[in-house]
Design a protein around this ligand. Structure first.
Ligand code: ATP
Ligand code: MG
Length: 365
C-alpha cells in the first residue's frame, strides 16, 4: 500500500442504493477513506451510463442523481476527502471513449459475460443500443481518465476491469506509456462478491426489484426480511434446513459479526453453531430472520439518520457535486492532454511540429 493509490468507483443513478452496493463496494470505500492511505479518491454517479439503457427515461436518471449522492453522504463518504462527481459533466470521458473504441473489437465486446447477462436481463437481444453494448469501453475511460490504480467493486465488474486493462496495455503499446493499469479490489467476504436478491435470485439489482434499499424505513426493511426467500424444503421447524442458496444465511455471512450474537441471540456462540442447528433441523426460519432483521437495523439506522440530516439541505448537496465535477474535470483534462500528445493529435500545442512543417514546405518551394 502506498500513498500513490488513486481509488475510483461509480454507481448508476437508476435508483437508490441498496445493501448489495453497500457490501459489494460502498462499505469498502468508506473504510478506504478512513484508512486515508491514498493520493486521491473519486466516486462518481454514472448518469451517462445509466442513459445507455434508459434513453427514453431521462427524468428517472435525473431524479436519482441526488438519491445516490444522498446515499453516499449517508454512508459516510466525506466530500472533503473524496471527490464526488457526475459523469456527464466531464466531457473528457466522452472523448477518451471515442479514442478507445478503435482499440477494441466487436467480438471482444460480445464475449463480455456481464454485458451478455445484462442484455438478456433487459430483453435487448435484437435491439441492443450501441451505447449500452460499448459501455465497458466508456467504463475504461472513466477509470483511466483519473489514472485510477484501485477500483473497489462487486464481482460483476471483473470483466469490465479486464477490458480496461486490455485497453490500457494496447494504448500504451501503440502510443507509449501514458495510461495506468487499474486493479480490481473485490470484497474479501465471499457473500459480498455478489449479494443475491431477497427473492433468492443471483444478484440484488435495482433492475430486478429484489432489493433492500439503504434509505428504507425500519418497517419496510423488516417486512422484506420476513418475506425473504429461504429454503423451500424447510417446511416444518424440525425439518433439516439447507444453507446453499438460502438468502437469509447469505445475508448473515455478509453482515453478521460475533458481537451480534451477544446482543440479539445469546443462545448461540457464533454463526457456525447457528448454521449447524439449522442444518440438523429444529430451528425455524422466523427466528433466523428476526436475528437478521436486528443486525440489518443496527447497520442501517445510522445511515438513515445521516441521510435525513443531509436531506435538509439539498442545495448544499448539489453545490458539493458541482465542486466535485470541477475538480474531477481538471484531473481528466490533464490525462486527456497526455493522451492527445501520445496520439499525435495535439497540433496546436506542438511548436516543433509547426516549425518542422514550415521548414519542409519551405524546402520544397
Ligand atoms: P443496475 O441494475 O441499474 O445495473 P445495480 O444494482 O447493478 O444497478 P450498479 O450501479 O450497476 O448497480 O453497480 C454499482 C456497484 O455496486 C458496482 O461496483 C457493483 O459491482 C456493485 N454491486 C451492485 N449490485 C451488487 C450486488 N448485488 N452485490 C455486490 N455488489 C453489487
Ligand atoms: Mg449493474
Amino acid at each position: 500500500m502506498s500513498k500513490e493509490k488513486v481509488i475510483l468507483t461509480g454507481d448508476r443513478p437508476t435508483g437508490r442504493l441498496h445493501i448489495g452496493h453497500y457490501v459489494g463496494s460502498l462499505r469498502r470505500r468508506v473504510e478506504l477513506q478512513q484508512a486515508a492511505d491514498y493520493k486521491q479518491m473519486f466516486v462518481f454517479i454514472a448518469d451517462a451510463q445509466a442513459l445507455t439503457d434508459n434513453i427514453d427515461n431521462p427524468e428517472k436518471v435525473r431524479q436519482n442523481v441526488i438519491e445516490v449522492a444522498l446515499d453516499y453522504l449517508a454512508c459516510g463518504l466525506d466530500p472533503e476527502k473524496v471527490t464526488i462527481f457526475i459523469q456527464s459533466q466531464i466531457p473528457e470521458l466522452c472523448e477518451l471513449s471515442f479514442y478507445f473504441m478503435d482499440l477494441v473489437s466487436v467480438s471482444r465486446l460480445q464475449r463480455n459475460p456481464t454485458v451478455k447477462t445484462e442484455i438478456q436481463m433487459r430483453g435487448f437481444e435484437g435491439s441492443i443500443p450501441v451505447g449500452f453494448f460499448t459501455y465497458p469501453i466508456s467504463q475504461a475511460a472513466d477509470i483511466t481518465a483519473f489514472r485510477a490504480t484501485t477500483v473497489p467493486v462487486g464481482e460483476d465488474q471483473k470483466p469490465m476491469l479486464e477490458q480496461a486493462n486490455e485497453i490500457v496495455r494496447r494504448f500504451n503499446y501503440i502510443y507509449g506509456d501514458t495510461l495506468v493499469e487499474p486493479q480490481i479490489l473485490l470484497p474479501d467476504n465471499a457473500a459480498c462478491l455478489r449479494l443475491p436478491g431477497t427473492d433468492g435470485k443471483a444478484k440484488m439489482s435495482k433492475s430486478l426489484g429484489n432489493c433492500i434499499y439503504l434509505a428504507e424505513t425500519a418497517d419496510e426493511v423488516q417486512k422484506k426480511v420476513m418475506s425473504m426467500y429461504t429454503d423451500p424444503l424447510h417446511v416444518h421447524v424440525q425439518d433439516p434446513g439447507h444453507l446453499e442458496g438460502n438468502t437469509v444465511f447469505t445475508y448473515l455471512d455478509a453482515f453478521c459479526r460475533p458481537e451480534h450474537f451477544e446482543r440479539y441471540l445469546p443462545d448461540y456462540p457464533n454463526l457456525d453453531e447457528l448454521k449447524a442447528h439449522y442444518t440438523r433441523g429444529g430451528l425455524g426460519d422466523m427466528k433466523v430472520k428476526r436475528f437478521l432483521n436486528n443486525i440489518l437495523q443496527e447497520e442501517l439506522e445510522p445511515i438513515r439518520q445521516r441521510r435525513k440530516m443531509f436531506e435538509k439541505d439539498i442545495p448544499a448537496v448539489y453545490d458539493m457535486l458541482r465542486k466535485g465535477c470541477e475538480n474531477a474535470r481538471e484531473v481528466a483534462a490533464q490525462t486527456l492532454a497526455d493522451v492527445r500528445r501520445a496520439m499525435k493529435i495535439d497540433y496546436f500545442s506542438d511548436a516543433q511540429l509547426i516549425a518542422e512543417q514550415a521548414a519542409r514546405f519551405a524546402a520544397e518551394q
